[in-house]
Design a protein around this ligand. Structure first.
Ligand code: B16
Ligand code: MG
Length: 215
């Protein structure tokens, strides 16, 4: 059996930044005069910033020029970053360091595969930047998940075949991207919404590190 590489999504897998995305998008919705609920925020998980704004504006039934959209995305990101600045290692999700440590000890290559343009900054804030051999984020790819681009680039940079990569994802779009890429997908979160994954766990506390060596 050839040695696998492991690719981690960021938001919802390593840290819960969705709550900060929600606050920042809600501020924009408030300014534009429509309601934006936490339930609707689920639609934004794992998708790019541009796509997130499109979904938000569709909810508010608002049309806008490209220049106006760019302005709103910048304003949203500025507010989002105010919360990111306060992040510390305390916000790393349970048992993520344990799993990273196991993979490092056994010399498994580790990559990040995130849609976020803020990914390296967030990893730096929580003290995990050095744990990744390869970073692929929203600044490197043009096609958003469920397109497999982000994970295929991760495999390429790790020097591995896609079939030798295992992806951890919390979003359905991300699981679909991993499967389209020909990778093993491990869903982190709700079993029902992630059922297209090869395995699903509620969180990393349910994953026996040794299980990863059997993949
Ligand atoms: P940014 P992931 C994604 O991160 C988030 O889940 C998604 O809600 C967000 O819109 C996207 O990053 C872009 O983030 O505005 O920071 O570039 O789950 O792919 O790690
Ligand atoms: Mg995610």
């Amino acid at each position: 059996m050839r040695k696998k590489g492991f690719i981690f999504d960021l938001d919802g897998v390593i840290v819960d930044t969705a709550k900060y995305h929600y606050i920042a998008w809600k501020t924009l919705a408030d300014q534009l005069g429509f309601a934006f609920t936490k339930r609707q925020n689920e639609l934004l998980k794992g998708v790019s910033r541009t796509r997130s704004l499109e979904i938000l504006l569709a909810i508010g039934n608002i049309e806008a020029s490209e220049a106006q959209k760019a302005y709103w995305m910048e304003a949203k990101n500025m507010e989002y970053l105010r919360y990111i600045e306060k992040m510390t290692e305390d916000e790393i999700l349970p048992d993520v360091p344990k799993i990273l440590q196991f993979l490092k000890e056994h010399q498994y290559p580790i990559a990040l595969g995130s849609a976020s343009k803020n990914a390296s900054h967030i990893l730096h804030k929580v003290g995990l930047l050095e744990d990744f051999d390869v970073l692929v984020d929203g600044t490197h790819v043009s096609k958003a998940k469920p397109d497999p681009e982000v994970f295929l680039l991760g495999a390429k940079e790790l020097g591995l075949e896609p079939s030798d990569c295992v992806v951890f994802e919390d979003a359905l779009a991300g699981v679909q991207a991993a499967k389209t890429a020909g990778m093993i997908a491990i869903g982190i979160g709700d079993h029902e919404s992630l059922r297209e994954a090869d395995y699903v766990f509620n969180d990393f506390t349910e994953i026996e590190a040794r299980f990863l060596s059997t993949l």
